[in-house]
Design a protein around this ligand. Structure first.
Ligand SMILES: NC(=O)C1=CN([C@@H]2O[C@H](COP(=O)(O)OP(=O)(O)OC[C@H]3O[C@@H](n4cnc5c(N)ncnc54)[C@H](OP(=O)(O)O)[C@@H]3O)[C@@H](O)[C@H]2O)C=CC1
Ligand SMILES: Nc1nc(=O)c2c([nH]1)NC[C@@H]1CN(c3ccc(C(=O)N[C@@H](CCC(=O)O)C(=O)O)cc3)C=[N+]21
Length: 300
């Protein structure tokens, strides 16, 4: 039997409708218009697509979008100065600095400069700590989106064995925290993991966040497992014409969908959820900055 396809694109559309409702309420009842500032340094073409769809979706839900495109040779001091200005701007409730930044800039300094109250990526130590002990605040966007999709597919996750492949601060580690909170049993695999195929075969839930095209094969998947593919890899697609490319995930989708119970595609799976969760986090920070309780349907 072939797997159910997890339609992150339509789940994200639905989530944005709910977000628009919360924006309207914040405006009408409290006079607050949530504002999101996105900063991109340099000209990574993939990041540029991602940044413009964020700006468009931010406006569509009724929030204000501030976009800063800085040249590739921007100094660390200039970027830190912009972040400080955004920290002090009352119209801005969320700040996202697109990673990676060019090599003359230390990403740790950038993260440390962002006011935790406006840290919609959940990169700062204060917010990472809050997630760990279950306090309200922004939650890493991609793991939050994955959690929403998993709850929608499976209901309770209690007792399920989740294997997370990848241990980045952006995806793998916060995913581990959220799934632990859901009472999953967790295995986190990485580049030093031995017998990765056998580890993945034990998973009721697989979250693939590696960045290697179609590395996770169909026969690594336990029959009926739920598979979330976070990887976004651009590979050559000569069948589409010379110089053309296409996007694939970290999971060999065609094989895995014959074995999994449910699987998210790339594109149209986890990616759209990441952007919707960024907007959800902006509602959360705008609420907390103004002393309001954030909506419970937008967080972990
Ligand atoms: N859809 C979305 O919304 C998003 C997609 N992404 C995509 O997800 C992917 C992962 O992103 P990110 O977490 O930032 O990536 P990183 O490069 O920061 O981390 C990759 C992780 O994969 C592990 N890894 C690398 N090679 C192997 C291997 N052969 N076997 C097992 N583990 C391995 C690394 O292990 P080690 O720690 O040992 O080096 C590391 O922990 C990328 O394709 C990225 O583009 C990222 C964010 C959002
Ligand atoms: N500070 C910071 N925060 C991030 O969250 C962050 C970042 N930097 N740097 C880069 C990664 C990557 N990332 C993606 C988000 C959405 C899609 C997405 O929407 N993808 C579409 C396809 C888009 C396309 O066609 O190119 C999809 O999967 O359907 C992809 C990748 C967020 N990241």
């Amino acid at each position: 039997m072939t797997a159910r396809i997890i339609d992150g694109k339509s789940y994200a559309e639905n989530l944005r409708t709910r977000i628009a409702g919360h924006v309207a309420r914040l405006k009408a009842e409290h006079g607050i218009t949530p504002g999101l500032a996105v900063v991109i340094v340099g000209h990574d073409p993939a990041s540029e697509i991602y940044v413009s769809s964020k700006a468009k979706q931010t406006a569509e839900v009724g929030m204000v979008s501030f976009k800063y495109e800085l040249p590739e040779d921007t100094s660390e001091a200039e970027l830190l100065e912009l972040v400080r200005r955004l920290n002090n701007d009352d119209q801005v409730h969320g700040i996202l600095v697109q990673m990676p930044v060019p090599k003359q800039i230390d990403p740790v300094k950038v993260i440390e400069a962002i006011a935790p109250s406006k840290d919609v990526d959940c990169f700062t130590p204060a917010n990472v700590g809050k997630v760990q002990i279950g306090l309200p605040g922004p939650v890493s966007c991609t793991p939050l989106g994955c959690l929403m999709l998993l709850r929608d597919q499976l209901g309770s996750l209690a007792g399920l064995h989740a294997v997370i492949v990848g241990r980045s601060n952006l995806v793998g580690k916060p995913m581990m925290q959220l799934l632990l909170r859901e009472n999953c049993t967790i295995t986190v695999a990485h580049s030093k993991t031995r017998d990765l195929a056998d580890v993945v075969r034990r998973a009721d839930i697989v979250v693939a966040a590696v960045g290697r095209p179609e590395m996770i094969k169909g026969d690594w998947i336990k029959p009926g497992a739920t598979v979330l593919d976070v990887g976004v890899n651009r590979i050559p697609a000569p069948e589409r014409g010379e110089g053309k490319t296409r996007l694939v995930g970290d999971v060999a989708f065609a094989e895995a969908k014959e074995i999994a119970g449910a699987i998210s595609p790339v594109p149209g799976g986890v990616g759209p959820m990441t952007i919707a969760c960024l907007l959800a986090n902006t509602i959360t920070t705008a609420s907390l900055i103004n002393g309001l309780v954030p909506p419970s349907d937008l967080t972990a």
